[in-house]
Design a protein around this ligand. Structure first.
Ligand SMILES: Nc1ncnc2c1ncn2[C@@H]1O[C@H](COP(=O)(O)OP(=O)(O)OP(=O)(O)O)[C@@H](O)[C@H]1O
Ligand SMILES: [Mg+2]
Length: 383
């Protein structure tokens, strides 16, 4: 068996010496390839010494173990981090695992538990590493969220069709997540029933690796995957912000764009997603109530500290035959309207009822709404 290549990170010299000694007593099982006294040293050593495992103290100067762990997870996903900490640092331990540490060990530890922890963690993750190496390069997904302060304005229709447009761009991998956890209907819009949902994923799956998330994805096309919403409204309460956080952290590495469809309930989950979105498509229709709620909603976005550029106002079901004209809307929102999408009831209703999104090639060639969505998506990508 190859020796396990170890990098030991602790700011106390003596701790490093003791660990080295313990590891050397195990015949030919470990090779200490590097020692570091702070997080930054760890990061600079990794490319040079190519460790299998980093044994990392949490409290270190310059860059602490938590931040270093997060960087390693992102930049060197094949390196296994095991955190060392004292009992009182429970909260930090949780954080460390969240940032991608694979295991932890509480100080002071004895000889056997140290050796055992390293060996078992290494064995467990080595197999996954091999898969990872054969995989494509990691991506850096941007979240684009469809949101509104009134229901029924077209979030789901536009989130779905935008995802399709994005997925047709060169070599872009897209994930659409239906985060309307109570009344999500993306699955119906693509004519798929009885599929696994986000609730199954959170209930049964381990959201700590993409391999474990994969079985819960619906592959709509080569470059577009989907995660559907639960089929029962009451399921929403079982899905915590922490699960959403973990899920997004994993999928961001696998996709270029993560499109999120939301419901209208402004809860912790929605807020978390909005906070972490690159862009928010804030949808309104031209109906007076929708316009009023949108104005209020945009103010909430402002009070949340979102930059103007992050929130894109899009007027859907654009139609001037109902007493409110283009000028009126422009006056209400000044020059802040990002796009206007036509009211095309027949196309949209047909496409929903047939489970065939209108941005699919054949239909989309004929529809104005398809073109408008395409322009909006390209403008978004352009930014
Ligand atoms: N551009 C459009 N032209 C005509 N009808 C549209 C358009 N966009 C959406 N619709 C219709 O509006 C209705 C609501 O659309 P959708 O379900 O996408 O809204 P939503 O904002 O996701 O609603 P909810 O808040 O309930 O999730 C649907 O019946 C759809 O057919
Ligand atoms: Mg919806």
């Amino acid at each position: 068996m190859n020796k396990i290549r170890m990098l030991i990170a602790d700011d106390i010299d003596e701790t490093r010496s003791v660990i080295k000694k313990i590891l050397s007593l195990e015949d030919n099982q470990f090779e200490v390839v590097g020692e570091a006294a702070d997080g930054e040293e760890v990061l600079s050593l990794i490319p040079m010494v190519n460790p299998d495992v980093v044994l990392m103290d949490i409290n270190m100067p310059v860059l602490n173990g938590l931040e270093a762990t997060e960087k390693i997870t992102n930049d060197y996903p094949n390196v296994i981090v095991i955190i060392m900490s004292v009992q009182a640092e429970n909260e930090y331990l949780k954080k460390a695992m969240f940032y991608g540490a694979k295991e932890y060990i509480i100080k002071p530890f004895d000889y056997d538990s140290l050796v055992e922890t390293i060996k078992s963690t290494y064995e467990k993750y080595r197999e996954r590493q091999v898969k990872f190496i054969n995989n494509e390069p990691l991506r850096d997904g941007k979240i684009i969220t469809f949101f509104s302060s009134k229901g029924g304005v077209g979030k789901s229709v536009l989130a779905l069709n935008s995802s399709i447009i994005f997925s047709k761009q060169n070599n872009m991998k897209i994930l659409l997540i239906d985060m309307d956890l109570q009344f999500g209907d993306i699955s119906i819009m693509v004519n798929k029933y009885n599929q696994k949902t986000i609730l199954d994923l959170i209930d049964e799956g381990q959201i700590d690796s993409f391999e474990n998330i994969k079985p819960y994805l619906y592959k709509y096309s080569e470059n577009l995957d989907m995660i559907f919403a639960p089929s029962k409204p009451e399921a929403a309460e079982y899905i915590s912000k922490e699960s959403i956080e973990k899920l997004l952290m994993q999928v961001k590495k696998q996709y270029d764009v993560i499109v999120v469809d939301t419901g209208i309930n402004f809860n912790d989950n929605t807020l978390y997603v909005l906070d972490h979105s690159e862009k928010i498509i804030f949808l309104s229709t031209m109906e007076i109530i929708s316009l009023k709620n949108t104005k209020l909603g945009l103010r909430v976005m402002q009070s949340l500290g979102y930059e103007k550029d992050k929130v894109k106002l899009v007027i859907n079901k654009f139609n001037t035959s109902y007493g409110i004209g283009k000028k009126d809307v422009e006056e209400v929102f000044k020059d802040n309207i990002f796009a206007m999408i036509h009211d095309e009831e027949k196309t949209v209703a047909l496409s929903i009822n047939k489970g065939e999104p209108f941005c699919e090639a054949s239909k989309y060639n004929k529809s104005k709404i398809g073109k408008a969505v395409e322009v909006m998506c390209k403008d978004l990508l352009g930014e």
